[in-house]
Design a protein. Structure first.
Length: 357
């Protein structure tokens, strides 16, 4: 049997460049060499696309940051990287803007090549926390109370937006750039005095921000989803952050955050998380894979859908593959399934009529 050539696109322009390299390393390591030939396509931090990189070693994101580089790289146009390499399918392993947000998926659509994960629409929606919440609400999913604010609407800590925050949300609130991930630019404002600083910080990263009511003593529950039109949910997991909330440090640099899989939840709550995970996946037009994150109020047990990540972390310690492993699907089989889903979706699309003649 001819091996499938799988292009793994990783690195990228976003702040999650190093995490992406760590995710890609774990994918290179688990792709079955009997079935696949893996081709590294690396996007440098400058945005340049390069061929010829050695597959990254499976190490943590913190180690990647200090790793020396010795590869002989060939800089190519993005479309040339896809055309020149004779690939059968692409696995984009890019977290955050310019990769997880539909931009790369658009390029792959134009190249008419199968790729793993959500399409343009699902990727774009999954990157925008404001639009994502609108869709969750339209599908009747439980979300936290929030406000969406554009830079030009913000008139300082004594203006009308600040008054709306106090009136409609109350404190504490979380303030987030709408389009980012890895907790970058996110902070918690415990009182009105903190709001201005939190808002200014978030506006450094985006012209649109989301201010949301804090879930009291939030537990962080996550669930992996896999499939196209008939998605399945894994056993849920729980993250116990090492810091006050699951910020960038806690996620990638400080390795004392713990995960518990399966999450210690009752049977009914587990079922509810899985049901909501699939509904959230469908609401954003997910495909292939997504990790759905929840916030659970510790005392009341109330569950809120927080976000969908259409290209979840895939590092050795990442929740997406670990939750599938705990559900009976080890990483190599998970990758087989993701590639099959990419091919299926592409084949189905090829059969559609594109004109009326
Ligand atoms: N409404 C909230 N209530 C309580 N904690 C929150 C809330 N929103 C975010 N957090 C905390 O901040 C972290 C990052 O927020 P999140 O919306 O998941 O952004 P990102 O896309 O960067 O992961 C969460 O994992 C959680 O620890
Ligand atoms: Mg998150």
């Amino acid at each position: 049997m001819k091996k499938l050539r799988v292009g793994v696109i990783y690195g990228g322009r976003s702040g999650e460049h190093e995490v992406s390299i760590a995710s890609a390393a774990s994918i290179f390591r688990h792709l079955d060499p009997a079935r696949y030939e893996a081709v590294p396509i690396r996007i440098e931090k400058t945005g340049q696309w390069t061929l010829g990189a050695k597959p990254p070693e499976a190490i943590s994101a913190a180690a990647v940051i200090t790793q020396a580089r010795t590869d002989a790289l060939q800089v190519v146009e993005p479309s040339a990287a896809i055309a020149a390499t004779g690939l059968d399918v692409i696995f984009p392993v890019l977290h955050g803007p310019y990769g997880e947000d539909g931009t790369v998926q658009g390029l792959l659509e134009l190249a008419n090549i199968p790729y793993v994960g959500a399409g343009v629409l699902g990727s774009a929606v999954g990157m925008d926390k404001a639009v994502m919440k609108t869709l969750f609400a339209a599908h009747g999913l439980p979300i936290v109370r929030h406000l969406v604010v554009l830079r030009r609407q913000w008139s300082g800590a004594t203006g009308p937006t600040a008054a709306s925050v106090a009136r409609e949300l109350g404190y504490p609130v979380f303030v987030k750039p709408a389009n980012l991930g890895s907790s970058v630019g996110i902070s918690k404002a415990k009182s009105e005095a903190d709001l201005g600083g939190a808002v200014e910080l978030a506006f450094e990263y985006d012209r649109k921000i989301v201010i949301e009511a804090a879930v009291p003593e939030a537990r962080e529950i996550e669930c992996s989803v896999l499939g196209n039109d008939d998605p399945q949910a894994s056993v849920p997991g729980e993250i116990v952050p090492s810091r006050e909330f699951y910020d960038y440090e806690a996620k990638y640099l400080d390795e004392t955050s713990r995960s518990i899989i399966p999450a210690p939840l009752g049977r009914a709550q587990t079922g509810e998380v899985q049901r909501l995970a699939i509904a959230a996946f469908r609401a954003v037009e997910g495909a292939g894979m997504a990790r759905v994150d929840f916030l659970l109020a510790r005392q009341s047990g109330e569950i809120f859908v927080n976000e969908v990540n259409t290209i979840p972390g895939f590092t050795a310690i990442s929740m997406y593959p670990k939750m599938w492993e705990a559900s009976g699907l080890p990483c190599p089989a998970l990758l087989d399934r993701l590639i099959a889903l990419a091919l299926e979706r592409h084949t189905e699309k090829q059969q559609l009529r594109t004109s009326i003649t």
